[in-house]
Ligand binder design. Structure first.
Ligand SMILES: Nc1ncnc2c1ncn2[C@@H]1O[C@H](COP(=O)(O)OP(=O)(O)OP(=O)(O)O)[C@@H](O)[C@H]1O
Ligand SMILES: [Mg+2]
Length: 228
């Protein structure tokens, strides 16, 4: 059994650069960070400081140039593409600012897809119960184009949490919503992660939202700095 005090996310000496018009631009450099199980962690920082880049690395969507990233005890920096896909399906949920729902699938189909990929035989029933948990049971047959922004983001949250991942990565989840809708969506997000003990990494420009997390960091000069 894993020790509850051993980190569920461990980032050691991670570096990442991009090349732009032939020039190498360093985004993350010697970045170190740990998160324990069920912690909620906010990451703020100037535009272009590398917040989305860091989330992409934690999600295994991209690889660092240096260092190691251990998620739920597994080093994801030396994994095959097939193992990474499995890791993403089982261990992390991701919520983006732009919802990223599949436009040709209904709300219910969007939410049940991760379960179907994982081979769950009762995917549809589990997805429906997730949609009900975000207050959208009556919208299950709607297409994303027939949903409001707040409803779309609630579907995206249901989809991210449907496999009960240990870790939820959220990149500006309320960034595309008006203030009131954004608050409702983030209330829901916090309710769900607290209820299930999910570790949350929340990237946000909103200081009020950041303050709701157990710990806050600012990403600046390629590194995370603890905000007291
Ligand atoms: N695929 C890419 N190729 C080249 N440069 C990139 C790539 N992705 C990101 N960058 C650059 O890396 C830097 C960090 O980008 P990133 O998207 O991580 O910033 P961010 O902190 O999420 O910004 P924002 O708050 O605006 O979302 C930026 O300078 C960006 O231009
Ligand atoms: Mg970003």
């Amino acid at each position: 059994m894993s020790n509850p005090q051993s980190p569920v996310i461990s980032v050691a000496k991670v570096g990442k650069s991009y090349s732009r018009s032939g020039q190498k631009v360093s985004v993350l450099a010697d970045l170190n960070f740990e998160a324990l199980s069920a912690q909620t962690i906010a990451i703020t920082g100037p535009s272009g400081s590398g917040k989305s880049t860091l989330l992409g690395l934690l999600a295994g969507l991209d690889q660092p140039d240096q260092g190691t990233i251990t998620m739920d005890g597994i080093d994801i920096t030396h994994m095959s593409q097939a193992d990474l896909a499995l890791f993403r399906a089982k261990t992390v949920g991701i919520v983006f600012q732009q919802f990223h729902l599949l436009q040709t699938l209904t709300a219910l189909e969007n939410v049940s897809l991760p379960l179907e990929i994982a081979g769950n035989k009762s995917a549809e029933a589990a997805a429906l119960s997730r949609l009900e948990a975000v207050g959208l049971g009556s919208r299950s047959s709607h297409l994303p184009s027939q949903l409001s922004g707040g409803e779309s983001q609630r579907v995206a949250i249901a989809r991210a949490l449907v496999v009960r991942p240990k870790i939820l990565l959220a990149d500006e989840p309320s960034g595309n919503l008006d203030t009131k809708t954004g608050e409702r969506v983030t209330d829901l997000l916090f309710d769900l992660v607290r209820k299930e003990g999910t570790t949350l990494i929340l990237v946000t420009h909103n200081e009020e939202l950041a303050k709701r997390c157990d710990h806050r960091y600012q990403l600046r000069d390629g590194q995370l700095h603890r905000v007291p």
